[in-house]
Design a protein around this ligand. Sequence first.
Ligand code: ATP
Ligand code: MG
Length: 257
Amino acid sequence: MTAAMPSPAPDAPNAPSPIAAAGAVDASKIYGSGDSQVKALDDVTVAFETGKFTAIMGPSGSGKSTLLHCLAGLDTLTSGATYIGDKYLAKLGDKELTELRRTDVGFVFQAFNLIPTLTAEPLSWSWSSAGETGDAAQIDQVVTAVKLEGRLKHRPSELSGGQQQRVAVARALASRPKIIFADEPTGNLDSETGAEILDFMRRAVREFGQTIVMVTHDPSAASYADRVVFVGDGKIVGELNNPTADQVIDQMKQHGS
Ligand SMILES: Nc1ncnc2c1ncn2[C@@H]1O[C@H](COP(=O)(O)OP(=O)(O)OP(=O)(O)O)[C@@H](O)[C@H]1O
Ligand SMILES: [Mg+2]
């Protein structure tokens, strides 16, 4: 089922439906000005249902990362609105936005991108910081699932790229945020490790009701999701529910990605 589109509420022009964990309404993002202007998002309205695993696909430069960054409050729109739950992000002050990002939002960046403090600290430190909002059993489960048990005394610089990416995914899951945005989380992993991470993400959705929105270029990765949203030229151009990899490939051909 597709999450209902946001509907009007008193404190914001288009507050989201209660079943949407996040959403965008008439969202546009323009980078640059004059001749170098780029419309990265062009009037996007989309909602992401709570407790679902959604994949976002589309050609390089189509606006996928921009959409994720704006939904997560890491970047701001030129016009329109983004929501996390019923919170209208443009209305939040810096302090509220920081708190929202800390407690409600997990983010796995495109490519390897661990938080800078992690580069100097052993991984065990990162679990204690995730533990602020997650619980110890959950963190143990995550560490085991991503096969990092023997590595907690290591620093990220002592880990392979794939291991670092697993840490990024595990950290996002361990704190049990309301929603996790993952930008190509398996893009740099071998297919076996990628499948393990995707399976783990899907279990987090099925078993813990986690909400995940994941950008991917890979049809088989997208087939782990409950729904695939296709983006082209900054617009939503299609979607599939309960997709198979073959259906995803067909849609990608239709949308020229
Ligand atoms: N900070 C920026 N300044 C100027 N233009 C930008 C900026 N970030 C993104 N863009 C442009 O906005 C458009 C959308 O970029 P975005 O990174 O969202 O694409 P994407 O779909 O994530 O692509 P990819 O699959 O390659 O990661 C592109 O044309 C890009 O060049
Ligand atoms: Mg991107």
